[in-house]
Ligand binder design. Structure first.
Ligand code: BG6
Length: 489
């Protein structure tokens, strides 16, 4: 089987993402034999020799992939270029390196430019890549770009226009690492490959869908970025809305990139638009105070490094999304995400409607609804909650759990996600990357909320203690509809 061939140029090669995710992922692809003809040029400001850079790559693999088989051969594919993003000469040098490596490794002129660095440079880099001729190559050229893709619709559009001067839409691979997660990719299979789900996947049988992504970590060293972002831009605009789109979209006519993306876009276009004075009925926010997590005391958000002591940045968001189309009319999609919560967990709960009549009311107060739980992380799998007879002489009911667990490769599947996404970008499969239309719609939706929140100067933060499930307003949001967040594990 032919393996994809490419020269990978990683901008931001001395950064955290490269160290934690990219190098270990490239190593895994190499070890599995999925790539063999490749070379990597690390690009960053710092001055390093090739040998020093190779040593960094080695350390990263040993630390994060915890493996070392053929490591010396692996790192021999890595080169380094000390780069000034605003200096044309620097790109000319890079071009020369690229041409030499292309020749040396027989890479057919295929180039992947991976931008894993501060977003303010994305536009400049793309423009220089073009003006200094790095995109003139006989093979393919692709741009892989990390989030944040803009800060609002306007800034995202400006960035997109800059990128489009050098790359066409189908050459731009916008990373949303959630789309690389095994169980996020599984949503589609669960829905479209099972006769017991697809017929029920609509407003006639589903009461509501709940998507939760909770984190234990706080903002760590990212205070500066997070202050300008908050949970709404950091998590909702991308990961949460992407999961909703996958859950809500119509079956694509074919499983190809174009069809899947166009169905996702249609789902996003169906999101109910909130008037400004309705935003707070649909969305609530929170910020963590101090508290105890796993026996350890942690500080409040406002005490974190690089955070304004009076910051009104939200570290938690819960919302109710309505999808106004035939399939979903009247079915709330609840989402919530927050930092410094009690557990690290991402999961989706599909709550089915109650059956028309409860025959077991004499023995049980109420019958639990059927739930389908999709565990995204750290466990990977699905659980189906059914009602069955309690063993014994009475006709009492009990809830039973049908469990399917993926053998988890890793407790956290993020490195795995990067491995798949990197491989896809080299093979030219853009299905699990976000199209500009998705980005644009998500930003417009999120901008509408942030415009309201930015005007409210006193959201009475902090409103949840670290180590809890978030602020009360998130529970109230569901209680208004007679629902509650399912505490399933
Ligand atoms: C990133 C956010 O996109 O996703 C982070 O910027 C967040 O703030 C992370 O911690 C969560 O990813 P995961 O894979 O750990 O759920």
């Amino acid at each position: 089987k032919q393996t994809p061939t490419a020269l990978l140029m990683i901008f931001g090669a001395t950064g955290d993402l490269a160290k934690r995710k990219l190098f270990p992922s490239i190593y895994r692809l190499f070890k599995k034999g999925k790539i063999s003809n490749f070379a990597v040029v690390g690009v960053a400001r710092r001055s390093l020799t090739n040998e020093e850079f190779q040593q960094n790559v080695k350390d990263s693999v040993l630390t994060f992939a915890k493996e070392s088989e053929n490591i010396d051969e692996f790192i021999s594919h890595f080169y380094y270029h000390s780069h000034d993003v605003a200096n044309s000469t620097s790109y000319k040098e890079l071009k020369e390196i690229a041409e030499n490596l292309d020749h040396q490794y027989e890479l057919d002129g295929n180039r992947v430019f991976y931008l894993a660095m501060a977003p303010e440079f994305f536009g400049t880099i793309a423009e220089h890549i073009k003006s200094e001729g790095l995109t003139e190559t006989k093979g393919y050229k692709r741009l892989v770009i990390e989030k944040p893709f803009g800060h609002s619709f306007d800034s995202a559009q400006e960035l997109n226009d800059q990128l489009r001067t050098a790359f066409s839409e189908d050459e731009i691979y916008r990373i949303d690492h959630y789309l690389g997660k095994e169980m996020v990719q599984n949503i589609e299979v669960i829905r479209f490959a099972n006769a017991i789900f697809e017929p029920l996947w609509n407003s006639r049988y589903i009461s509501n869908i709940q998507v939760t992504s909770s984190e234990v970590l706080g903002v760590e060293e990212r205070g500066r970025y997070y202050e300008t972002s908050g949970a709404l831009r950091d998590m909702v605009q991308n990961h949460m809305l992407q999961m909703v789109a996958l859950l809500a979209m119509e079956p694509p006519i074919r499983l190809n990139t174009e069809e899947i993306r166009s169905e996702k876009v249609r789902a996003l276009r169906s999101l109910r638009w909130m008037k400004k004075d309705e935003v707070n009925q649909y969305f609530v926010r929170g910020q963590y105070g101090k508290g105890t997590i796993q026996g350890q005391e942690v500080p409040a958000y406002r005490e974190e490094a690089m955070v304004d002591p009076e910051s009104n940045t939200e570290t938690f968001v819960a919302g109710k999304l309505m999808i106004d189309n035939f399939r979903w009319a009247g079915v709330p999609f609840y989402i919530r995400t927050g930092k410094r919560m009690d557990t690290k967990s991402t999961k989706i709960v599909v709550q089915f409607k109650d059956i028309p009549m409860n025959l077991y009311y004499k023995s049980e107060e109420h019958l639990n609804p059927n739930l389908l739980v999709i565990h995204i992380q750290p466990e990977e799998g699905i659980t189906l909650m059914l009602n069955a007879k309690k063993t014994g002489t009475s006709m009492k009911t009990t809830t039973v759990k049908l469990d399917f667990a993926n053998k988890s490769v890793d407790t956290m599947n993020t490195p795995e996600a990067y491995e798949k996404l990197l491989y896809d970008s080299m093979r030219g499969d853009a299905t699990n990357f976000t199209h500009w239309d998705e980005v644009a719609l998500s930003w417009k939706f999120v901008d509408n909320i942030s415009e309201v929140w930015e005007k409210e100067t006193d959201p009475t933060f902090p409103n949840y203690a670290s180590g809890t499930t978030g602020p009360d307003c998130a529970d109230e949001l569901l209680a208004k509809d007679g629902n509650f967040w399912w505490p399933v594990d």
